[in-house]
Design a protein around this ligand. Structure first.
Ligand code: SAH
Length: 233
C-alpha cells in the first residue's frame, strides 16, 4: 500500500473539476493524508485510508465544489468527520474561511489540530450538533455537507445557519433526493438552483446540489434532532 497520495492524479482531476491544485497544494493534502492515516490508528476517523481511495473519494470529490463558492465566503461544513470537504476546500481556497462542525468532539479536535499542523489560518472547528448552534444562525454565506443525512434532514440542519442569499452545497451521488426535499425547502425558505454533476477518475458519478436560501427560515426550525429524524419535513 502506498504511503502517499497520487499527486499527479489529484492535480489533473481536481484541475479538470475547476479546483486548481499545484505541487504545493498537493504536498499539503499529502501531509493531511498522513495525519488522517496516523490518527486513524488511535481512533476511527474514516473507513477510507488507502492512499488511492483517499485521493479519489476524499480529496478529489471534496474539491468538486471549490468553484461553486463565492469569493471571501464564510463557509460551514456540517458533519465534517475527518475533514471532508472542509479541509481540502480550505487548502485550495485561502480567500474563504471554513468552520468545520461535527457532533463528535474527537473529530472536531482532530480538524483543529490538522489546521494548526498544516498552517491553515482559515480553518477552525466547532464540536456540536448543527441544529443546536443557535448562536451561528444566519451567519454563513455557504454551508456544505457530505455523507451526513438525507437531503430533507440536511436542509433543516443547513438552512438556518445560512444568511439570506447564501448557498447550501449538498454532496450526493446523484439528483434523486431533490424531489423528496421540495416540501422541506418550501417550509425552510430554500430554492434549488441547480447542480454540478461530475465523475470521479474511476468513473463513479457524483453531484453537488446547489440550494439557495431565498427567504428567512421560520424560528420553529431547526427542531430537535429526534424530531427531525422521526418526522422529516
Ligand atoms: N463529511 C465527512 C464525514 C461523514 S460521516 C465525509 O464526507 O467523509 C458523518 C459525520 O457527521 C459524523 O462524523 C457525525 O459525527 C457527524 N454528524 C451527524 N449528525 C450531525 C449533526 N446533527 N451535527 C453535526 N455533526 C453531525
Amino acid at each position: 500500500m502506498s504511503t502517499s497520495i497520487d499527486r499527479s492524479l489529484l492535480i489533473s482531476a481536481a484541475t479538470a473539476l475547476g479546483a486548481p491544485v499545484d505541487d504545493k497544494i498537493a504536498n499539503t493534502l499529502d501531509t493531511f493524508f498522513g495525519l488522517v492515516a496516523s490518527t486513524n490508528e488511535k481512533f476511527n476517523l474514516t473507513a477510507i485510508t488507502d492512499a488511492a481511495s483517499f485521493t479519489e473519494k476524499h480529496l478529489i470529490d471534496s474539491l468538486a465544489a471549490a468553484d461553486l463558492i463565492p469569493a471571501d465566503a464564510r463557509v460551514a461544513d456540517i458533519g465534517a468527520g475527518a475533514g471532508f470537504p472542509s479541509v481540502p476546500l480550505a487548502v485550495v481556497r485561502p480567500d474563504i474561511s471554513v468552520t468545520a462542525i461535527d457532533s463528535t468532539e474527537k473529530k472536531a479536535n482532530f480538524i483543529s489540530q490538522a489546521a494548526k499542523e498544516l498552517g491553515l489560518n482559515n480553518l477552525s472547528s466547532v464540536a456540536g450538533r448543527a441544529e443546536e448552534l443557535t448562536s451561528l444562525r444566519d451567519t454563513f454565506d455557504v454551508v456544505s455537507a457530505r455523507a451526513v443525512a438525507s437531503l430533507p434532514v440536511l436542509c433543516e440542519l443547513a438552512l438556518p445557519l445560512l444568511k439570506k442569499g447564501g448557498l447550501f452545497l449538498a454532496y450526493k451521488t446523484d439528483l434523486s433526493e431533490v424531489a423528496s426535499a421540495k416540501h422541506a425547502l418550501t417550509v425552510l425558505g430554500g430554492t434549488t438552483k441547480g447542480a454540478k454533476e461530475y465523475a470521479l477518475p474511476s468513473g463513479d458519478k457524483r453531484a453537488v446540489i446547489v440550494i439557495e436560501k431565498t427567504r428567512p427560515t421560520p424560528a420553529a426550525y431547526p427542531r430537535r434532532y429526534s424530531k427531525i429524524k422521526s418526522s422529516p419535513l
